[in-house]
Ligand binder design. Structure first.
Ligand code: OGA
Ligand code: NI
Length: 375
């Protein structure tokens, strides 16, 4: 197959540029962005040209501000400390929508091995990855793809993803690629526990019963584990690893390697989320912003592309309700206990079908997915 160089297209044959053909040719390789890099591209294909202008000029990161780091050590044995941790979480979720946690209980060796296992999956022979290439996440359980919304009309991101969806029932580990199977099973066990604990802390920080978010809909205990690979990029000023977006879930626990590149939009400025070895990044998603009636905010973030790489990150997404079969008609709206005459509901009660219908139709376009649901 032929991947045309972005530069050539730009200079000579602009009017003949057939974006759909380029997207299809790329998709049919089933080799992702890493496949392009392996074939030695020095100019990125035009489908990756970002609409985010002046990426590098705006991307120095604001060094004065930093995403809060919250230490969870001794959280269970010291009641005063627990109150203090809840206060820190409440402030972070209100002001940043993002924070990092340390001493969260998952051994650093498990995190390091998960990064390594994800890298090994992406770096293995293309023929071994191809059978997994699909965007049918929920049905297949384990999929590998480049750009979930490749055909949405928005520019493609410079990244590939290994996605593992685990339902309320347990993981069928035979479906997980052998090269990372053991560590995925171990990581899943650990991250599920931490996710459930984090849902308790977030509930309490909202002033609700600790089990509130976990009990919202027991069938929503689905976890998406997205093992992203951001290959080195020959022209990082022209594209991004992940376009500016918010997450369409309740919350995400993100594990990142040491290369950096993740940024969060805070008070109108891009702020780097520094790589802290052994830490996990927590970020609030749109559904938690909606049910918390803006007490917690889902904040724009993006990942820059870089000359170095591949960068690996693993985003574990919690309390997902995206299942066409069961949860779609369930209604979510601002939690009654969090609204009052002084704090009236900001959002309508909506079905999950409406919410995801809108989220996926618009793709990662940099606009809030909650906007149409405001009262
Ligand atoms: C995501 C995401 C950030 C990263 O998966 O939604 O924002 O650093 N990932 O990979
Ligand atoms: Ni995200």
């Amino acid at each position: 197959m032929e991947i045309k160089s972005g530069n050539l297209l730009h200079e000579n044959i602009d009017s003949t540029y057939d974006k759909l053909a380029e997207l299809k040719a790329f998709d049919e390789t089933k080799a992702g962005v890493l496949g392009l890099v392996r074939r030695g591209v020095t100019k990125i294909p035009r489908m990756f040209y970002s609409k985010e202008l002046n990426i590098t000029e705006n991307s120095n990161g604001n060094t004065k501000l930093s995403v809060p780091v919250i230490d969870l050590k001794n959280r269970n044995n010291d009641p005063a400390l627990r109150v203090e941790i809840l206060n820190q979480i409440r402030t972070a979720c209100k002001e940043w929508g993002f924070f990092q946690v340390i001493n969260h209980g998952i051994p650093v060796s498990v995190l390091d091995e998960m990064i390594d296992g994800t890298l090994k999956f992406h770096e293995q022979d293309e023929d071994l990855k191809k059978p997994y290439y699909s965007r049918d996440l929920v049905k297949k359980g384990v999929t590998y793809f480049s750009n979930m919304s490749l055909f949405s009309g928005n520019p493609a991101d410079w990244r590939d993803t290994l996605d593992i969806v685990v339902g309320p029932e347990s993981l069928k580990s035979d479906n997980v690629p052998e090269i990372c199977r053991d560590i995925v099973v171990e990581f899943l066990h650990n991250i599920r526990q931490l996710g459930s604990f984090m849902a308790e802390l977030l509930s309490e920080a909202l002033g609700l019963n600790p089990s509130y978010l976990n009990d919202l809909n027991p069938s929503d205990r689905r976890i998406f584990i997205m093992g992203h690979c951001y290959p080195p990029c020959p022209e990082p000023e022209l594209t991004v690893g992940a376009t500016t977006h918010t997450d369409a879930n309740f919350f995400t626990l993100l594990l990142q390697d040491q290369l950096g590149g993740l940024q969060v939009l805070h008070e109108g400025k891009w702020v780097n989320v520094p790589a802290l070895h052994g830490a996990l990044v927590v970020n609030i998603g749109d559904l938690l912003q909606l049910v918390s009636n803006d007490k917690f905010v889902s904040v724009y973030h993006r990942v820059l592309s870089q000359k170095v790489g591949p960068r690996i990150s693993i985003a574990s997404s919690f309390l997902n309700v995206h299942d066409p079969n069961e949860s779609d008609l369930k209604i979510y709206g601002p939690i009654k206990e969090l609204t009052s005459a002084e704090n009236p509901p900001i959002y309508k009660d909506i079905t999950i079908k409406d919410f995801y219908g809108h989220y996926f139709a618009k793709g990662l376009d940099g606009h809030s997915s909650l906007e149409p649901f405001k009262l």
